[in-house]
Each structure stands twice: as C-alpha cells, then as structure tokens.
Design a binder for this molecule. Structure first.
Ligand SMILES: [Zn+2]
Length: 485
C-alpha cells in the first residue's frame, strides 16, 4: 500500500445497497519525499559502485583509508564541504551542505571485520583467504547514509528546504568505537537531530537500547627463568593470567543475567621452556545500562590485583574504550515508522530469494528467504540484549533516530560470511537504497516540521534527565597505532 488515507471527516453516504461511497480522500504524497526517493534512484548506480568498492577494500578499524577516501571524495564531488581527519583520526571526516538551522546529522560507518573475506556466492568461499570482510554490512551503511544526505542536498540546492545536512564518516565501529573520539571532539555539539541506520535481517525502526560496554586490557609483569633448570627464580605472568580468568569465571555465577563478560587472551608467553614474564588479556564487560555496567567493570578490574598478588607479579590495567547503551527516541522513531509504512517492504526477485535460501540452507536455518515486512513499531524493552554500538554515545549528546533495513537473509549468523556475501550483491544494494530513501524521507520531516524537531528534543531531554554524559574513553589520542590491533 503506497498511500495513507485520511480519516473520513464528513460522511456523505449515497444510500445504495450496491454502491456505498464515502467522501474518502487519499493523502497527497509529500512531493519532497517523492523527490528524495527519485534522487536515490537516480544515484543508484553510483551508490552501488561506491558500496561495491568499499566491500572489496575490506578495511578494518582505523585502517579504512581507501574506504573513507572514496566516501569523502564522492561527497566532495557532490559539492559538500568536507573536513577530513577530524577528532585526530585520519579516517574520520565530516561532509556538510547548506547553512543555518536546523542541523540534521547522519552517521555512516565503513569498517570491515577480520577474517571474513567472502565471494558473492551463497556458500562459504573466501575471496582473499584470511582477509577481512564486511560481515556487518558497513560497506552499505556509509553509502546509504551519504546517499540520503545527497538527496537532502538536492532539496537545499533547489531552495525547497533550509538548513544544514551533515554526514559523519565514522570509522572503527567494530573495534575501538571511533565515534567516542568524535563525540569527545565536540563534533555533535551543534546538531539538532542525528539519523542512523544499520544493515539487518529485517526492516524496522530500531528502538532497542543494545548494551553498554567497556573494554580494558590487563597486563601482568613477572620474571623470566628456565622453566626446568631454575623455575624458583621465575614469577609467571601466565600463572597470573590463568588465576585472573578463573576469578572472572567464578564471578559469573554472582552477576545479573543482563551482564556479559568476554575476554581474549592476547599474550601468554612464547615458548614452553621459559617462565613467561609477560601476559596480556583484553576484557569486555557489558550490561543493559551503564549503571549496571560500572560496578561489575570495577569488580573485574580489582580482580587483576588479586591475581597479581597470588602469582607474585606486577600488573597494569589500561582502559581502551567503551560505549553507552542507546538513548532511544520514540518520537523520532514514530516519524521514521510512518515513512517505512509509506515505502512498504522491499521486493525481491526469485533469484534473490533463492540466493537467500541457499545461504539459509548452508547455515542450517529455515529456508524462509528474505524478510522486510514492516511490522508495527516495537516496545522498547527495559533490558534489551544483543550487541552494542558507539551510536549509543552519540545518542546521549544529541537525539538519534535509528533504522534497521534488510540486507541479509533472515536468521543467518551476523558477523559471518553470509552477511558479506549478501552485502556484496543485489540483496545488499536494495537494502542500501531502501535505507537511503527511508532516512532522507524522515529528514524531510525534520526539515519541514520544526515542531517535530522540538518534540524529539523534548523527549531526549526528559529521558536524559540530569545525567552529564562522559564517555568511557581514556585521555590522550585515539589508539590509531597502538599495539591493540
Ligand atoms: Zn555494524
């Protein structure tokens, strides 16, 4: 269904059994929304080409040099004012068009994940063995958002709307949460509303909070010795690490079900005949809110001291970064929802559905194909589960409206080869174009309707209350060249 219908205001009945006609009137399509949709269609080939190039660059966190350049160059060609290397991050940039108020921002990610390189086929087949791949669909993410910004630019150009559209090229979402440093640099301080989307296996206004998290490293420093000839001269950093993880794993029984703790042992000695004098572990703690997160995080940090005492070694804790849960804006999401209902679901060819079903077969999931049906807007759960995003931090400094759009088959594992495959072909391209349309239509609402912007802001202020945002980010520059990679 393409159009909404106005409620019947005046009932004029023609009383006839065979023909009851109502004074029913179609809502006129908003011409500006029709124009932004047409702009996306008109740029479809260019956007698809850009997405495919970023897909094939396969660049991971803070290494997205070619991907960031491709997006920034395209924005510049379109006439955006582009500032590269913002927030001390070479691959972060801002592209702006127009002037004055309102300032509507839109986020675009473009980093890949290690080890997920994949051909555009519905079975596991690495394109470049061991190389990264776009297992979270960020090749589509940045491009759709820039496509949406470009459609708004067209309207500003023609004098049909007034204000500023600003695209944020936001790197390193997958590993370090690049937006943290962009928020810290004050890049969102003058924005009225931010829009955002994410590739997904369904299409909906994204109204769940996700999880807050914090990442830190623990290093243990011991004394090396021959593991057999004089082990009494050794103090083992590896022993400390094992004791530490044991402590964490016992602690799991005494934490709330909303908490998640993961760790990655990065260094536990090199050879078997040396008492290791150094070990390092990356620890991640999550909970459904930062209030729940902080005490668990502090407790897990403290355990490092206990482990160090037991193993008679020294230790050091380094905060890496962390994110807030998302501050959901339901007022803005409701405006987005109306546009989704207006757009309807994405239509797929039989070939695309077959591709999706083959992926589902290969990953042991029901072969139901692609799902992009628009359901009513969900309730926002008090404790949502799932992943985390640095969009959370943006959402605590500026009201943020979020979309999920179908770019991969339903039910298949995320962060996997399946997402890379679908994101590199027409299934992904359709999701990208759909997202660009839904986002730009909602931006039209924001530009045309100052009351909407005000009510979005009112909800934001009420929900934020007196909390003064402070990111989980250490002092100093972002970890672009650290040994954390
Ligand atoms: Zn992602």
């Amino acid at each position: 269904m393409k159009y909404n219908y106005l409620a019947i205001t005046t009932a004029i009945f023609t009383l006839s059994l065979s023909n009851i006609s109502f004074a029913q009137k179609k809502v006129k399509p908003n011409p500006l929304k029709e124009e932004v949709k047409a702009s996306v269609d008109q740029r479809f080939d260019a956007l698809t080409d850009l997405s495919d190039r970023i897909w094939s660059f396969e660049e991971i966190a803070f290494r997205e040099t070619q991907s960031a350049k491709a997006l920034a160059d395209y924005a510049e060609e379109l006439g955006f004012r582009v500032t590269r290397g913002v927030a001390e991050i070479p691959t972060a940039f801002v592209a702006e068009y127009g002037s004055g108020s309102p300032v509507i921002g839109i986020l675009g990610e473009f980093d890949a994940l290690p080890g997920l390189s994949q051909n555009k086929v519905p079975y596991k087949s690495p394109l470049n063995e061991g190389a990264p791949g776009h297992g979270c669909g960020h090749n589509l993410f940045g491009v759709a958002s820039l496509g949406a910004a470009a459609s708004i630019k067209d309207l500003i150009d023609q004098g049909k709307i007034k204000g500023t559209v600003r695209f944020y090229g936001t790197p390193a979402e997958e590993k370090f949460f690049g937006k943290l440093w962009m928020v810290r640099a004050g890049l969102f301080n003058d924005v009225d509303v931010v829009m955002d989307w994410h590739p997904a296996a369904e299409t909906k206004a994204a109204v769940q909070k996700g999880l807050a998290l914090v990442d830190f490293q623990v290093e243990f420093f011991g004394q090396a010795a021959h593991a057999s000839a004089d082990p009494w001269n050794g103090r083992s950093a590896s022993d400390a690490l094992e004791l530490y993880t044991s402590g964490i794993n016992y602690y799991r029984e005494h934490i709330k079900p909303t908490v998640r703790i993961h760790y990655h042992i990065q260094d536990a000695g090199q050879v078997v005949n040396v008492v290791p004098d150094y070990s390092r572990i990356w620890v991640r703690v999550r909970d459904s809110s930062r209030e729940g997160l902080v005490p668990v995080w502090k407790r897990v940090e403290e355990m490092a001291e206990g482990a160090a005492i037991l193993a008679n070694v020294d230790y050091k804790v380094n905060l890496i970064s962390g994110v807030h849960e998302v501050l959901v804006n339901r007022t803005g999401s409701a405006a987005l929802q109306k546009n989704l209902e207006n757009l309807g679901s994405i239509s797929y060819t039989e070939e695309e559905q077959n591709f999706a079903k083959k992926i589902q077969e290969a990953t042991g999931k029901p072969q139901i194909g692609l799902v992009s049906k628009i359901e009513p807007m969900e309730e926002t759960a008090e404790h949502s589960m799932g992943g985390s995003t640095d969009v959370g931090d943006v959402s605590w400094v500026v009201p943020t409206i979020r979309l999920s759009a179908t770019t991969a088959p339903n039910g298949t594992p995320w962060h996997s080869w399946a997402v890379v495959a679908a994101g590199g072909m027409s299934i992904g391209h359709k999701g990208m174009a759909y997202a660009a349309k839904a986002l730009s239509m909602t931006m039209v609402d924001l530009f045309q309707n100052p009351e909407l912007v005000e009510s979005v802001k009112t909800e934001f202020k009420e929900k934020k209350g007196d909390y003064v945002y402070k990111g989980f980010v250490p002092d100093g520059p972002p970890p672009i060249n650290s040994n954390l990679q």
